[in-house]
Design a protein around this ligand. Sequence first.
Ligand code: NAD
Length: 286
Amino acid sequence: MSSSPFSTVAVIGAGTMGHGIAQVCAAAGLSVRLTDVTEAAVQKGLSAVASNLEKGVARGKVSPDDREATLGRLRGSAALAEAVEGADLVIEAIPERMELKTDLLRRLSPMLLPSAVFGTNTSSLSIAEIAAAAPAPERVVGLHFFNPVHIMSLLEVIHHAGTAPEVLTQALAFGAAIGKECITVRDMPGFATSRLGVALGMEAIRMVQDGVASAEDIDKAMVLGYRHPVGPLRLTDMVGLDVRLNIGEYLARTLGNPAFEPPALMRRMVAEGQLGQKSGQGFYRW
Ligand code: NAD
C-alpha cells in the first residue's frame, strides 16, 4: 500500500457508513477519531468496528495483533471539537440532507486546521453546494465509500469545479493508502454510482408495488439473469430505505427525472419504520 498524505482522520457520524470508514482508516495505520451526536451512538459505532474485526479474526482474514492495533488507533468522542482537533482529514457520514451537512460545516469552520481536507460521504448531493459552507471550499472533496466499507473496494472521489488539484491528488493517494480502488468523478447529482444504482432500486420497488413478482424473485432475476452480486431490493434494505428515499427525492428534483421519484410503497415503508437491515425489516426480515 502507498503512504497516506493524512495521518489523523476524524469521522463524523458513527452509523452504517461512519463506523466502517473509521475502521478502514485505523486498519491502514491512521490515527482515527469517531464522533456522533450522543455518546451512545459513538459507542454503538465503536462496538460495530470491534464486531467486524472479531468476525475477521474468526474467518482468518484479520490477525489478532492487527485487530488490537486497529482498535488501539481508534478513539471515540461525542465532543465534536475534541474529535476534529489536529485532524488533517475530516470525513462526514451524517444523514443525506443538505441542511444537516452545511450546518455541520459551518459549525466546524472555526475548529478545522487551515490545511485540513474535508471529505463528504454523500451519495448524491452537490459537493459544490456543501463546499460553499466551508471556510475553504477548495479543500472539500467527495469521498463516497460503499457499504459495508471494510469489504467493498470502491472509493468514488468526486471533485467540484473549485476543488484544488492538489486536494484531488491527496484524496486519490489516501484512497490507495487505505486499500481502495478509486474512480474520479465530476460533481453531478448521483455521481457515477448512485445515479445508476438508485434508478434500478426505484424501478424494482415500483415492480413490487405493481405486483410484477415478489421481492425475492425480482432480486433472483437480477442475480441469476444479470449476474448482479445482490439484487436491487436486498441492496435497498442494506443501504436503508430512508437513505435511498432521500437520495431518490434529490435526484428526481435535480435531474428532472421522475424515474427517481420514490414510489408510494417506499414512502409507506419508511413512515412505518421499515428501513431495511438496520431496523430488522424491509423487503426482507433481517
Ligand atoms: P446512518 O443513519 O446509519 O448514520 C448517520 C449517523 O450520523 C447517525 O449515527 C446519526 O446519529 C449521526 N448524526 C446525525 N447528525 C449528526 C451530526 N450533526 N453530527 C454528528 N453525527 C450526526 O446513515 P448512513 O447510512 O451511515 O449514511 C451517512 C451518509 O453516507 C449519507 O450521506 C448517505 O447518503 C451516505 N452513504 C450511505 C450508504 C449506505 O449504504 N447506507 C452508502 C454510501 C454513502
